[in-house]
Design a binder for this molecule. Structure first.
Ligand SMILES: [Zn+2]
Length: 336
């Protein structure tokens, strides 16, 4: 049996529905908001079928909303970034070393141009889209056209290990819908048959109502019987969005898919939007741009403000500070 055909390309159709502005729905949203104040983002790690399957599921509404607020993303960009951030939380905790980092970059020929997400092994993610102001038409009623906004292109995954060389792998985008592209990545680059489901629901006021997803993978030694069972179970899931609409927790999502396959929940990891930028890092970036550019900034006679791509935090450098930096750049060059 070809396992790739069996499950690798089994897609979870992911939809983002812009909710109807009915009175009834608004009331429901208000109630949910109360609940969400205490609701933390987290990832659940699990196994099933005696270790033949490993599974992850995440709820990420807060961190996706935080990313939306930082980057002021349009709904389709919120959906794209939210999906990749959600995948990042789960793929981050797959990293082996606790100081390892993973960066996923999607580059496309569509109006969004692309997006980047970095994840660490502790459930922390950060990310941004290249053009956050894409207002394309929905593919069909209510469904945001993430694939259309991203277009054709590539997905690159770089893993930075605390020890050893970074590992980089690239695949062509299948659809630009992200879950499908990650499934393809797992199968072709890591040779791990996987099913990835990601969903983001956007409210009429553009805030994030719900976000989450799952990654289910077959481990070496899996049997045909396991593949058949898993495939049959995944077929019953219409979309992640529907599971989110139903208000299912990550545990309940895994229960729904793997409940009759000896599901064993292993641990829960908090997930958050986190940026580790600092003045020191930004200074290094400034130093790296070269003497000529720093000189030009000094000649303009005004302080320079640099913003972090990931979190938007602004760092200001006065002309005097730029002069010190220029001297440092020159000294560095002399040292060769
Ligand atoms: Zn930052």
């Amino acid at each position: 049996m070809c396992f790739r055909d069996a499950i690798g390309i089994k897609e979870q159709e992911v939809e983002e529905m812009t909710k109807n502005k009915s009175q009834e729905k608004d009331e429901k949203v208000t109630d949910m908001t109360e609940w969400k104040k205490d609701h933390m983002d987290y990832i659940v790690r699990a196994t099933a079928c005696g270790g033949q399957i490993r599974a992850f599921a995440a709820t990420t509404r807060n961190l996706v909303e935080q990313a939306r607020e930082i980057h002021q993303t349009s709904p389709v960009c919120t959906a794209a970034l939210g999906r990749l951030l959600t995948a990042g939380t789960m793929m981050g905790i797959m990293l082996k070393g606790e100081d390892d980092l993973m960066t996923m970059t999607i580059k496309g020929d569509g109006p969004m141009q692309g997006l980047t997400v970095t994840a660490d092994a502790k459930g922390r993610v950060k990310g941004f889209v290249y053009n956050p102001n894409v207002w394309n038409a929905p593919k069909y009623k209510g469904k945001l056209d993430v694939g259309g906004a991203i277009g054709r292109g590539t997905l690159t995954v770089v893993r930075d290990q605390a020890f050893g060389e970074p590992y980089s792998s690239q695949v062509e985008l299948l659809t630009g819908e992200i879950a499908e592209d990650l499934t393809s990545y797992f199968v072709t680059s890591e040779q791990v048959p996987s099913s990835v489901g990601l969903g983001v629901l956007v409210n009429p006021d553009q805030t994030v109502e719900q976000a989450g997803g799952f990654i289910i993978q077959l481990m070496p030694g899996f049997t045909d019987e396991t593949v058949d069972k898993l495939e049959a179970s995944l077929k019953k899931i219409h979309s992640v969005t529907q599971l989110l609409e139903e208000g299912l927790s990550p545990e309940e999502i895994l229960q729904k898919i793997l409940g009759d396959m000896d599901l064993e929940l292993l641990d829960t990891v908090p997930a958050e939007f986190y940026c580790n930028c600092s003045r020191e890092r930004v200074t290094k970036v400034l130093l790296s741009i070269g003497e000529k550019d720093i000189q030009e900034m000094i000649d303009e006679g005004k302080p320079v403000e640099l913003a972090c791509h990931f979190c938007g935090k602004k760092y200001s450098f006065s002309v005097d500070e730029l002069k010190i930096l220029l001297a440092a750049a020159k000294a560095r060059k002399q040292r060769g």
